[in-house]
Design a protein around this ligand. Sequence first.
Ligand SMILES: NC(=O)c1ccc[n+]([C@@H]2O[C@H](COP(=O)([O-])OP(=O)(O)OC[C@H]3O[C@@H](n4cnc5c(N)ncnc54)[C@H](OP(=O)(O)O)[C@@H]3O)[C@@H](O)[C@H]2O)c1
Length: 290
Amino acid sequence: MSNAKTPVTVIGLGPMGSAMAGAYLNAGHPVTVWNRTASRAEPLVERGAKLAATPAEAVTASGLVILSLTDYAAMYAILDGVGDALAGRTIVNISSDSPGKTREAGAWLADRGARLLTGGIMVPYMMVGTEQSYVFYSGATEVMDEHRDTLAVIGRPDYRGTDLGLAQLWYQAQLNLFLTMLSSFAQSAAMLESAGVKAAELVPYATETLNLAGFFLEPSAQGIDSGDHGDQGANVTMMGATADHVVTASEEAGIDLTLPRAIQAHYRSAIERGHGRDSWTSLSEVIRKP
Ligand SMILES: NC(=O)c1ccc[n+]([C@@H]2O[C@H](COP(=O)([O-])OP(=O)(O)OC[C@H]3O[C@@H](n4cnc5c(N)ncnc54)[C@H](OP(=O)(O)O)[C@@H]3O)[C@@H](O)[C@H]2O)c1
């Protein structure tokens, strides 16, 4: 049988799991699905997926079982009752959680004779299966190698190493950037809204600022990696004063201060620790050792 026809089971049919199952159907794989709320499987069944009656039936249907759930607790809720069905299976859990939880899950599955590959998908559901889609994976190299081609259907596999926690560490590090960016966009929009400006007007300016941020990353990484925080023209005192001004501007706009106060706290700590004349990259020292 060619890799393109490897049977795949997808458990969890939210927007992401449904998109993954859809990508496998498009690629001609036999697809079995299961979801706690069975009605969510209907559009996939209409396209040719087989709906398993129970999680045990779903796990038994394919050697490769992909989980797309809210968190790892949902995995235990579903798989705890499947008995011997897990033995010999490969579980690829592409659900969000902490690295520690994924390592615990590896031991739990190993006790039941199953192998775990952990994953974190880095695109929104509507981009699954496109060229932009990529997925961080970690776990045993042989498991990755065995399933690499089949997993490539949903996105480019980006294998991070054997430690099961690595995929989620990378995923959450990226999501930290993404979520902070979204919250700061909402904050900036609220600041401007106090002057009657619509968020739509902010978009091209915000995009330019985010692109500019890319320009800072490489020299910043050098400072963070080396611990050399020589002033490159953006020292803590100057940047910290601006962080204070963002708080004051938000206060004057009468909006929430949680995010700007968190940033302000980083700069204040760095100044307290004597980094006032150092580059802003010395914030990494405050973050590493709170
Ligand atoms: N949506 C995206 O664009 C996107 C992008 C990147 C990563 N992700 C990640 O992909 C994963 C799935 O996302 P999603 O958007 O598809 O999420 P979702 O709509 O919240 O779907 C979650 C799935 O988990 C199931 N579930 C949750 N708790 C359960 C439990 N205790 N027992 C059994 N089933 C349970 C739900 O079943 P029911 O249908 O019965 O509720 C549903 O199938 C998440 O980890 C998310 O962080 C999503």
